[in-house]
Design a protein. Sequence first.
Lengths: 223, 223
Amino acid sequence: MAMKKNDLIPPAGQARILIVDDHPLVRAGFRALIGDEPDLAVCGEASGFTDAMRLAADQQPDVVIVDLSLAEGSGLELVKHLHTRLPEVRLLVCSMHDESLFAERALKAGARGYINKQEATDHVVDAVHQVLRGEIYLSDAMTQRVLQAEGGVQLGSVEALTDRELEVFSLIGQGIGTSRIAEQLHLSVKTVESHREKIKKKLKLLSATELSRYATQWSLERN
Amino acid sequence: MAMKKNDLIPPAGQARILIVDDHPLVRAGFRALIGDEPDLAVCGEASGFTDAMRLAADQQPDVVIVDLSLAEGSGLELVKHLHTRLPEVRLLVCSMHDESLFAERALKAGARGYINKQEATDHVVDAVHQVLRGEIYLSDAMTQRVLQAEGGVQLGSVEALTDRELEVFSLIGQGIGTSRIAEQLHLSVKTVESHREKIKKKLKLLSATELSRYATQWSLERN
DNA sequence: CCATGAATGGGGGATTCCCCTATCGGGAGG
DNA sequence: CCTCCCGATAGGGGAATCCCCCATTCATGG
């Protein structure tokens, strides 16, 4: 996550922003906020993957604001593809999704910032300016979380899990309860609980419900 | 669901609109859209139940636009309470949720219209005008469905859930624990537990983990 | 060799799960 | 008008889990 300085120079006049979000109302909100800034201008809108890729290629925007849930395709996929094909374009992910679950994924996918929709009205202009300067934007809480994870080689990813932990994690993702996991793996319930705790720590999850949700999503993604 | 004509007369000058939505960006979108209309004016914003009730009492708006998912409390509850305490105020529900699942519930709770966020930018001004005239606004597709489905609803799946149960189910799907659900809905933990039990019975789920998994999947599907 | 980490478990208090029952208010039907 | 049912609320109580401690064993690499 070292910050490279091979960015394009900031645009001379107005910076051009492309908005990608499946909710027309949210796009209207962005337009209103960004339109008030003298040095920013909205150069296009898209609600899905295909339109976004085409518009980004045509318009050559300085910043693309990407929502994670799109009408067509996924936001994370869009970030990866945009980052590959148009690496000079700064990507700012703005999502309603749980920050702890997606901020790191967004950064790994090539985004230069992640902002929660709850705080978007107050900070989106700041965030855009910041990524325009080549910096990375994260909420204060999330900055802590990500930076402190720099110590560990892998950032809160499933790859950091031990084989045994991954087995347990996978079973959790299949909706199997603690006691049944213990049966299935011929372990004590206490051992499974210990594994759950270690998994939670490694994935930086705060509660059993978060673990369950994360495991379920992970399980669904690779099916 | 017969249309009563005991409405107040339309306001003489500008109609006053109160916006209730937990996403600041969406509120900004509404403000931009409504602000462009000469006969409409935004008289306040709220993100949660309590603020909305207070503002509605203070401001005496002509129309309240209510999102179904709020920062504090639930939109359906808000519609019921507003309809009881301020029956002369027209309520327009605007949600990202599946229309077929919530439009009927919204109307029964006292709303005079339901508009999907996907089509909000194009139709919200029409919808507001329509409810101001004392008519009921629904999308064309939904009008058909509601009017013909007056008899009975499909049982056996999520549609079989009660309003309250559905709210709890949705929060479970967002990975929120029992105690925080209780906080958010201003309920006893015991009540939330009761709802969870009833949901499990209705959906034929055998354990809390199954409920969590099912709710998570359901929640992800409609994002 | 011994520091480290993985795998296995336990203690114990807090919380949740799960099956009961119970009240209360509103709407459907007699 | 008056039951009867049901949705919403909530408590009791025992079992299960959660969650933060900790201990032991065993392999592996520095």
